[in-house]
Design a protein around this ligand. Structure first.
Ligand code: XIL
Length: 381
């Protein structure tokens, strides 16, 4: 009897050892896989994030949420905090969806961005009817203080003003400008700082690599600073393509903005791989090219990009992130405009109904060559 149980014990012990030995390499690999993510590799450099949409906020896009939590440590709301949604009527604020967005970020210890307090686009129509400067100032103050206070201590960074400049660096003739002149800028930044003194306050725009527009940003930021307003960062949207802008132009802007004593953020990064055979750069959402809708030459990769183009995208992202790392002391955040390709706004802008591939994850939520290239920059160096 005793001998038998000894034999049984030895057998069990040996199988235990065997199973454990077999298990270990796999476990190690799993652990390694868990560790490698964008947020892990860039943790000492800058925040790395993505814009989130309704599916992330209401919880239906479970794969998207999983990827978001694994890969990113900052989020920006793609639409839900824009004026037309959050302040649809003069006396109505709608916070439900924005509250859920903020909770998503706070619950997952993410750096939460608010986008955007003052912007001429996706503005509630009633606000475009306001033509009296005193009335507009009152509304702007109410708008900013109500929203910023709602999320005091919960939103870390605000895009206070979005896209106030023309391509030549002059001020855009939005309704805000037409009614209040440039005083609306100072008012907006001062009101935001009053409502939450700890929040980081940002001026955000596209094409900020352009020398003329760069000069406009420098003027704008200096004027704000001279007025005593607090401004902490310049957000370069970074809606770019395989062909441009040049790394040199981007670099010159990083340096120029950081010399103002503010941080640089890349707030809406994506790299289009589709043809744009017109004089289009930037991201003016009102531009549209309906005449090209359905034209197959404008939509060359409806079933996925060939390897040769995936490689080009990977190389472009590698160059971009090399530059970011070179200037990591000046850059506080890099945010992609979306989690995966299928959700990118570039599938419908500027031509509706195209299949674009501008991000690091494909429609199956899988990492692309571009993802690996960006990770390798840190992992292999
Ligand atoms: C875009 C959204 O991604 C789209 O879903 C929406 O239809 C239009 O706006 N610059 C900005 C962003 O600051 O808010 C814009 O987002 C893209 C350009």
């Amino acid at each position: 009897m005793q001998k038998k149980s000894l034999e049984l014990f030895s057998l069990l012990f040996l199988s235990f050892l065997f199973i454990n030995c077999q298990d270990q390499p796999e476990k190690k690999q799993e652990n390694k896989k868990e560790k490698v993510s964008l947020q892990m590799v860039f943790k000492d450099d800058f925040y790395i994030g993505a814009a989130v949409n309704d599916g992330h906020i209401d919880g239906t896009d479970t794969l998207g949420i999983k990827l978001l939590k694994e890969q990113f440590n900052t989020i920006t709301p793609e639409n839900v905090m824009k004026w037309m949604y959050i302040h649809p009527q003069r006396d109505t604020f709608y916070f439900d969806t924005a509250d859920k967005y903020v909770a998503l970020g706070n619950d997952n210890n993410m750096h939460v961005v608010g986008h955007a307090l003052v912007w001429h686009s996706q503005l509630a129509e009633w606000m475009n009817q306001v033509k009296d400067s005193t009335e507009m100032a009152t509304i702007l103050k109410e708008h900013i203080s109500t929203i910023v206070k709602q999320y005091k201590g919960k939103i870390d960074t605000w895009d206070v003003v979005n896209e106030a400049l023309n391509e030549d660096g002059t001020l855009r003739e939005s309704n805000f400008y037409n009614v209040m002149g440039d005083s609306y800028l100072e008012l907006a930044f001062k009101e935001a700082a009053k409502a939450d003194p700890d929040a980081q306050l940002v001026y955000n725009d596209y094409n900020l690599w352009k020398p003329e527009k760069r000069a406009g940003v420098v003027r704008l930021v200096k004027k704000l600073q001279e007025s005593g307003a607090k401004i902490d960062g310049v957000g370069m949207q970074a809606h770019w393509s395989l062909l441009g802008p040049s790394i040199e132009d981007i670099e010159n802007s990083i340096i120029a903005y950081s010399e103002l004593g503010v941080k640089v953020m890349f707030t809406e990064l994506d790299v289009t791989a589709l043809p744009n055979p017109w004089d289009l750069n930037g991201a003016a959402v009102e531009q549209s090219y309906e005449q090209y809708e359905g034209d197959p030459t404008m939509n060359p990769y409806p079933n996925g990009m060939p390897d040769s183009v995936q490689i080009k995208l990977a190389e472009r992202y590698e160059d971009i992130f090399k530059l970011f790392l070179k200037h990591k002391d000046k850059i506080s955040r890099v945010t992609f405009w979306g989690v995966q390709d299928g959700q990118s706004w570039l599938n419908s802008w500027p031509i509706n109904g195209r299949t674009n591939h501008p991000l690091l994850f494909d429609r199956q939520y899988l990492p692309k060559k571009a993802y690996q290239a960006v990770i390798d920059l840190k992992e292999k160096n």
